[in-house]
Design a protein around this ligand. Sequence first.
Ligand code: PEP
Length: 276
Amino acid sequence: MKLALASLLASSASAFGPSTSPPSAHARKPLRGFWKLNPQTKEEALTFASGIASAITDSTPDVDVALFVPYVFIESTMSVVGGKLSVGAEGVVPHSSGAYTGGISTSMIKSVGVDWVLAGHSERREIFGETDYYINAQCLKILDEGMSVMLCIGESLAEFEADLAGSVCATQLKKGLKGVRKEDLDRVAIAYEPVWAIGTGEVATPEIAQSVHAKCRDILAGMYDQETANMIRILYGGSVTPDSIDDLMAMPDIDGALVGGASLDIKNFGMNWVKS
Ligand code: PEP
C-alpha cells in the first residue's frame, strides 16, 4: 500500500481540537525510526540508511525524519544520509566518565554530532532493569549536555486490561521528567508506546491511543502548564505500519510516530512513508 504522507502531514493542522491541541508549529509530524539490536553489519546499516535517505527528494513533503541507530553505526549512517534525516542514539548511561564498562556517555555521542537520544524504552526497563529513577538521570544528563531526549512510556498488557494506562503513564512521566525545567521542554518529546503493541502487530486503535495521549497532555499540563503541554510532541509507537499510520496521525493529540520494526524495511519506511 502506498501511504500518502502528504495526508499525514495535512491532517495535523486540521484535526487539532480546542483544549489539548498542539500548536500549529507541529504541522510537521515527526517520523522516528529506531533499529533496536539491528542490523547485524555496517554494510546492511548503510544500505538501510541510504535507501531511506534516497527516498527523501525535493518533492518530498517537509517531513521531519530521524533514525536512532546502534552506536557503532552512528557516524557511518550520518555520512550516507546527506543531512536528509537526523541520526540519533538509542540510549546513554547517565554518568560522565569512570568505571562503567561498556557504557556510552552523553559527551561521547554529542562529540560525534548526535542531537537526539532515546530513554525509557520498555525493553530497557524490562530487560536491562532501568528504573524511573535511572531514566530520569539519563533525561537530565541528555538535556544538560544540550541534546534532546525522547522519553518512552507505556503500560503492559495487564495494566491496560486493568484500565491503568493513564496512571502508569502519569507515574512514568512524573518520575522520568522530575527536575526537568520548563525552558528545556522544547528538547523533550514523549513516545507513548503501549508494551502490548510493541512488536506484536497489535497496533492500538486510534481512539485508544488518542485517549492516552490526551491524558498524557493533561498530566504534562498539571506538571507544567497547558501552554507548555500543548508544545510537547507526543508520538505514538507500537506496531505502526503504513497501513495504520494515517488514522493514528489524524488524531489531535498524536504528534508523530516512533517506529521500530518497520523502520528496517526500506520499502515501507523509506518509500511508502517518506515519499509523497
Ligand atoms: C518499539 O519497539 O518501541 C516499537 C515501536 O517497535 P515496533 O514498531 O516494531 O512495534
